[in-house]
Write a protein that binds this ligand. Structure first.
Ligand SMILES: [Zn+2]
Length: 327
């Protein structure tokens, strides 16, 4: 559920100190802190939705309805992120396929329901505009909702930015970036209401509605992007892969050498596969040690790695130089 520009690697200073803020270092603590931060986001988002819905009941209007649609979609998104992060911080480290399924199902069903409801009202509005030739609403009452919305998203941006710097969980980075975009949407909705009211033009109302639709599309795209990527196979995380390749050079080269690292993103999580060439005379006990070491390094590199495969390949004397052997 994270955007393409998201840096998956946990940012650590070279000395291993955690950004110098004295923040919690253990992954479990960080995930739990991030869960609390997301809970706040969810509650604020819910508050914005409720305010929007109440004002909409009083005033109506196409622009406010579209803004409200955006709030509902974002609240569903926040709710799912929260649920996923909460479960991830509680459950064992086994790869949570069931959570991924749940994430996909809730998000898909939620979005489809919300969109269907919106489309129904949207068509109704278009019909009334076509009949009357006037905007669906003229007046400043919807500003109560959109200005409240701007205040909420603005503070959400500041709060989540701070939380991200504290906990270093990438979902929070994504959340603060999204809050900034939502702030822009609230401001545009406010401008749209003022322009529509002063010009009394339904063309203006439709124009601003269209712009707000683009913000809704952006939110929905965020939701579905990961699913699309997983299907097309373009869900690799090169940032994390190159970071791990460097990190894994710490391994004793006499016993094991990294052949390949593949990191894939699924939903909010990533899966890492590490292929290692090992000396065939190594003991099983040592293999276990290497495997544990690799798992530790990978888990420390990103808070959202939930499954790690370590594959061992014995180095044969003749093939040492041929590093790209088939499996
Ligand atoms: Zn949004």
């Amino acid at each position: 559920m994270l955007g393409p520009g998201v840096n998956w690697v946990v940012n650590r200073s070279p000395t291993g100190r955690n950004s110098g803020t004295g923040g919690p270092k253990s992954l479990g603590l960080r995930l739990r802190g991030a869960s609390r931060a997301l809970l706040l986001s969810f509650l604020l988002s819910l508050a914005g939705t409720v305010v929007g819905a109440l004002v909409f009941l009083v005033s109506g209007g196409l622009i406010l309805m579209t803004d409200l649609l955006h709030w509902v979609v974002d609240t569903v998104l926040e709710g799912v992120l929260l649920l996923v992060l909460y479960l991830a911080s509680r459950l064992s480290r086994r790869f949570p396929w069931s959570i991924l399924m749940l994430e996909g199902v809730i998000v898909s069903l939620g979005s489809v329901t919300v969109l269907a409801t919106y489309s129904y009202f949207f068509i109704d509005y278009l019909r009334s505009i076509a009949e009357s030739g006037a905007p669906s609403y003229v007046g400043y009452v919807p500003l109560v909702a959109t200005i409240t919305g701007a205040t909420i998203t603005g503070s959400m941006f500041v709060i989540q930015r701070r939380n991200y710097l504290k906990y270093r969980v990438e979902i929070l980075n994504f959340d603060s970036a999204h809050a900034l975009i939502d702030l822009a949407a609230s401001i545009i909705a406010s401008i749209g209401i003022v322009v529509t009211t002063t010009t009394r033009s339904y063309v203006m109302e439709l124009f601003f509605t269209f712009i707000l639709m683009l913000f809704v599309a952006h939110s929905l795209l965020e939701v579905f992007k990961d699913n699309i990527r997983a299907f097309t196979g373009s869900n690799r995380v090169p940032d994390l892969e190159s970071y791990l390749l460097t990190k894994l050079t710490e391994l004793d080269p006499g016993k094991a050498k990294v052949r390949n690292v593949i990191a894939r993103k699924l939903g909010s999580f990533s899966v890492v596969e590490v292929s290692i060439d090992v000396n065939p005379r190594i003991t099983v006990l040592e293999l276990h040690k290497i495997r544990r070491r690799i798992i530790k390094i990978v888990r420390e590199s990103s808070g959202l790695v939930y499954h790690i495969d370590v594959k061992f390949y014995p180095i044969r004397k003749k093939s040492v130089t041929r590093s790209t052997r088939t499996r």
